[in-house]
Design a binder for this molecule. Sequence first.
Ligand code: FES
Length: 252
Amino acid sequence: MKSTTYSEKVLDHFRNPRNVGTLEGEDVSMGRVGNPVCGDLMEIYIRVKDNIITDIKFKTFGCGSAIATASMITELAKGKSIEEAEKITRGDVADELDGLPPIKMHCSNLAADALKAAIKNYREKGHQSEKEKRTLQKIIGIERFQDAGVYTKINDPQQLKDKRIIILDKGEESVSRACLLRELSPRVVFITPNKESLFNEEFKQKLHKARVKILYETEILELLGRKKIEKIKVHDLNEDEVYELFADAIIL
Ligand code: FES
């Protein structure tokens, strides 16, 4: 193939891309990658049910080849198991498109890498929720303070104005909550079992910018109080020390 010739299939997927858009929901995972060669971006969203990719969408700031390869990879991955989808290579995508001009092969990396990133995030989410469940089961007093300082969702953030708020690390959503609540209270503490060096850099920046205090390598052992939460007992995993913090609310 000449360096500038596009196959009919590439042109078709470029002109009529399949599965353009985004997906939302608990069962959706997203992969976002950038192309180091040209700086373009690709996002792929997968909805997974019983280990099968039941829906998939993409969004890209990329060239025509990036659009065509993303369109094709979404067609190839839809209906496949996670393990099957993971095996799709950029070569497979290019082959299905009857080839890409050689100088455009780097564009096919975007779609294949974004799909892999979405699958990776899906897997991490699974591990995360299992880990979260175990963590929550271990905290003494969660049941007892269910309506007295333990929150799983916040309907009215104003009720937490100026309170001493503890937020448990549950990924991106908890980081956003912490930043939002910091606007209502100067006493917001974000607790994560992760070491500082392993903590997501983007989250760290967001929390620093919002001036949320982060306690790394810390886990919550127990919620304490009479009728409402007054303190929490935490374990500093690094120093292996147990101590107490004053708190009015804990966001799980
Ligand atoms: Fe950037 Fe094709 S030139 S993805």
